[in-house]
Design a protein around this ligand. Structure first.
Ligand SMILES: *[C@@H]1O[C@H](CO)[C@@H](O)[C@H](O)[C@H]1NC(C)=O
Ligand SMILES: *[C@@H]1O[C@H](CO)[C@@H](O)[C@H](O)[C@H]1NC(C)=O
Ligand SMILES: [Mg+2]
Length: 264
């Protein structure tokens, strides 16, 4: 009896972590708890907005919700599950699979002019250790503590993005990092990228200290310079819409998930 209950709990746990309909169905056959029990903690109530947390997240990803400062406090558990379970990783994998299919289908000039723009934070490197300690985006952004964290150089690799990065190099497409991190963080950013297994990028473009405009203006301006320099931006990937909006966007853009914060 005890063993069966433990197995039931284990299966329920797996269903929670996997969060998939398939897992939920399996769980229904083995344990008695209906699938809705597995889904409830993932949905959360989202009562601040009157919408469930998954609807809120979709609105963020689709760029319908803009200029928000924090996610609803009641969604902290939901976001914790989303980010630390399989779901975030799986959503990222779908984006990267699509990007790789696109890249493999390109007819390349083969003379080294094709580049692909990568954002850094929540695209190439993950600051999840910081956000896990600071409420998964439910707390107001604190520049002081976040900068302290960045200067540790301990951000983690996002494995799906690194898979794309390495694939592009093997195809002859040069990665260019374009980040809102400022120039004074160059050394720690290079160290962090190297430590997390990145190598072979063509350029690392950081924001000049004191730059006064928006992320869209900064990033599209840098892409324009690349293009003016004779490079063809075949792809552009980032976690914020401000990474991928603004002419020239690049031949095709890819939006990675990020429900933790908004940069306009
Ligand atoms: C690279 O190849 C393309 C396509 O053939 C050509 O238009 C471009 O001028 C070449 N660029 C360089 C730097 O050789
Ligand atoms: C922001 O972080 C710093 C450094 O950890 C801390 O001293 C400060 O109290 C924080 N500010 C707020 C408003 O929480
Ligand atoms: Mg980013």
């Amino acid at each position: 009896m005890a063993a069966a209950a433990a197995t039931g709990r284990l299966v329920l746990f797996v269903a929670l972590v996997a969060g998939s309909a398939w897992a939920a169905q399996k769980e229904e056959h083995v344990a008695t708890a209906p699938a809705i029990h597995a889904l409830r903690p993932l949905l959360g109530s989202g009562s601040d907005l009157g919408v469930p947390c998954d609807s809120w997240r979709l609105a963020v990803e689709a760029n319908n919700k803009r200029n928000w400062k924090t996610l609803p406090a009641s969604c902290e558990d939901y976001l914790g599950h989303y980010m630390l379970g399989e779901h975030y990783r799986r959503d990222s994998a779908v984006v990267v699979d699509e990007a790789i299919t696109y890249a493999e289908g390109l007819e390349l000039a083969g003379n080294g002019t094709e580049v692909w723009v990568f954002d850094i934070d929540e695209t190439s490197l993950s600051n999840l250790p910081y956000y896990a300690k600071h409420g998964f985006g439910t707390k107001l952004y604190n520049a002081t503590s976040f900068n302290e964290y960045v200067l540790e150089g301990s951000a983690l690799v996002l494995p799906e993005t690194q898979r794309l990065f390495n694939k592009l190099i093997s195809l002859g497409i040069k990665p260019v990092f374009l980040t809102g991190r400022t120039e004074d963080k160059r050394a720690i950013t290079v160290a962090n990228l190297c430590h997390q297994g990145y190598s072979g990028w063509m350029e690392l473009l950081l924001k000049p200290i004191g730059f006064k405009s928006t992320a869209i203006v900064y990033k599209s301006g840098e892409r324009q310079k690349l293009q003016d320099g004779g490079y063809i931006i075949v792809g552009n990937i980032g976690d914020q819409w401000s990474d991928i909006l603004g002419v020239p966007e690049g031949g095709r853009t890819f939006k990675l998930p990020d429900p933790l914060y908004y940069i306009g």
